[in-house]
Design a protein around this ligand. Structure first.
Ligand code: HEC
Length: 242
């Protein structure tokens, strides 16, 4: 009888953590490589008993652009944390935004590269022109369609074609927004780009030399929102060629 009770109480004690498991956090490669997560996550777990582990699949996501809560900065970039309604995710967010969380971030010294800061200006909304469209969707679209040739952000920092200007460099041009709005008529794009309802079909005599980029005007709006938001955090930083 006593043994059965003990079993039952062990089961009860164990079930919540078994049911919930560790919480996944997706982070850009440069953040993971810096060692910040290894420094930060165990400290959060120790305080709260909630285990957070790096996981590409999320559900929580750190990214160098909105949406999300700006949580820390590095080298002129502001990283945002996207969380869901789940209380454990909210708890992680609140911790990261708290003084203790900020101190934890700032007490970390990366072996390479710039330190992290929890003091940053979120100038994004004031300085960047705003676009309708969803910057997060734009980030994914940019990676998929443009990331084949352009470095679009830290996510494909090592990707892209050497001769192709990175989005960060293009974004620094005063007329970046004109260029992006009409990129599909600017060379080399017309040869392989279709914008639904806008561009004429490819000339059957000259089929696209590569797998075509096929997007809608909505997609382009989202890409513009992404480009607008990403680089605004870099304002005032010297241009960095990859
Ligand atoms: C197959 C490779 C390739 C793909 C895919 C590609 N680009 Fe480009 N893009 C280039 C190259 C190469 C240049 C530089 C052209 C030059 O310097 O004349 C360029 C230049 C640009 C420019 C500057 C154009 C100018 O004349 O000022 C913009 C804006 C641009 N790309 C946006 C995009 C966007 C947005 C996407 C995705 C939807 C994309 N590109 C996909 C190769 C590509």
């Amino acid at each position: 009888m006593r043994a059965a009770l003990l079993c039952l109480s062990l089961l009860l004690a164990a079930s919540p953590s078994v049911a919930e498991g560790p919480l996944g956090l997706a982070a850009p490669g440069d953040i993971t490589a810096s060692g910040l997560l290894k420094h930060m996550l165990p400290r959060f777990s120790l305080k709260t008993g909630v285990r957070v582990v790096p996981d590409e699949a999320g559900p929580m996501r750190l990214a160098p652009e909105p949406p999300g809560d700006p949580v820390f900065g590095r080298a002129g970039r502001v990283y945002h944390l996207r969380t869901g309604d789940d209380p454990r995710q909210q708890r992680f967010r609140d911790w990261l935004l708290s003084d203790i969380g900020k101190r934890t971030v700032e007490s970390f010294t990366p072996a390479d590269g710039d330190p992290f800061t929890a003091q940053f200006d979120t100038v994004i909304a004031d300085t960047a022109p705003s676009f309708d469209g969803d910057a997060a969707r734009g980030a994914t679209l940019s990676l998929t369609h443009c990331g084949r040739c352009h470095v679009v952000g830290p996510e494909n920092r090592m990707g892209g074609l050497g001769s192709t200007p990175s989005f960060a460099v293009l974004r620094a041009l005063v007329d970046w927004n004109d260029r992006f709005q009409q990129f599909y008529v600017l060379n080399p794009h017309p040869a392989f780009t279709q914008v639904t309802g806008v561009t004429p079909p490819f000339d059957p005599e000259r089929p696209p030399p590569i797998v075509p980029v096929s997007i809608t005007l909505d997609d382009l709006e989202a890409i513009l929102a992404f480009v607008s938001a990403t680089a605004a955090a870099d304002l005032g930083e010297p241009l960095q060629h990859q």
